[in-house]
Design a protein around this ligand. Structure first.
Ligand SMILES: Nc1nc2c(ncn2[C@@H]2O[C@H](COP(=O)(O)OP(=O)(O)O)[C@@H](O)[C@H]2O)c(=O)[nH]1
Ligand SMILES: [Mg+2]
Length: 213
């Protein structure tokens, strides 16, 4: 299993890491399945997580643009593989969110296949950013995703997002809840992030640099 986390595999900005400066960003399109994706070999980093966990918001914060990725308060919006080209050098890939209960089972299974097909087949995939809501214990879908990625030895960067929504004093407890549910080693704590305040954005850019270089 390859798990990336701050303090283990990743340097942080203030401790001498090289932050990737995002000089350009561009939406390259929405694709219905992995075999429709453009044939190219730029390195890719994919985002996975429950519907509404904050994938689109993270992309926007990382590239410093308000609306590059469409963020929505209505869950279940992203049904496609959305590609964003950064610095003309690598792609960030927004995958459909999983676990949205109000979507019909058949539809959920279809998205599950899109996600799995992409993760299993995309040759230039370098790593996955797995988002978890810091306010909640991860669900069974989150656990299944983490185990699946570990099984296929896909590097994972775990992010606990929406950090602005919990008091600082409550963070450790929430992080422990996440660690326990996902069977994480103590040194594999998720990186804390907030799209609202920008906390953690620098560390994520560091991590992206590590993954693609
Ligand atoms: N307070 C707060 N809200 C967030 C954060 N990240 C996302 N949201 C909100 O959560 C909702 C879903 O976000 P979105 O990025 O569309 O999630 P996605 O479905 O995973 O792409 C939107 O209403 C966002 O404004 C965060 O860090 N803090
Ligand atoms: Mg989204």
């Amino acid at each position: 299993m390859i798990l990336l986390s701050p303090g283990l595999a990743l340097p942080t900005g203030s401790k001498g890491g090289v932050e990737v400066l995002i000089k350009s960003s561009e939406f390259k399109g929405a694709f219905v399945d992995w075999n429709r994706l453009p044939e190219e070999d730029l390195p890719e980093i994919a985002l996975v997580g429950r519907s509404n966990v904050g994938k689109s918001s993270l992309i926007n914060k990382i590239v410093n643009r308000r609306n590059l990725a469409k963020s929505s308060s209505t869950p279940g919006k992203t049904r496609t593989i959305n590609l964003y080209l950064l610095n003309n050098a690598f792609n960030l890939v927004d995958l459909p969110g999983y676990g949205y209960a109000k979507v019909a089972k058949a539809e959920q299974q279809k998205w599950g296949r899109i996600i799995e097909n992409y993760l299993q087949n995309r040759k230039q995939l370098r790593g996955v950013i797995h988002l978890l809501d810091i306010r909640h214990e991860p669900g069974n879908h989150d656990l299944a995703m983490k185990e699946w990625l570990s099984h296929y030895e896909i590097p994972i960067l775990l992010i606990a997002t929406k950090a602005d929504k919990v008091a600082r004093g409550a963070r450790q407890k929430q992080l422990q809840l996440i660690s326990r549910k996902l069977n994480l080693d103590p040194e594999h704590r998720p990186l804390v992030f907030s799209a609202a305040t920008g906390e953690g954005a620098e560390e994520i850019r560091d991590a992206i640099g590590e993954i693609i270089n």
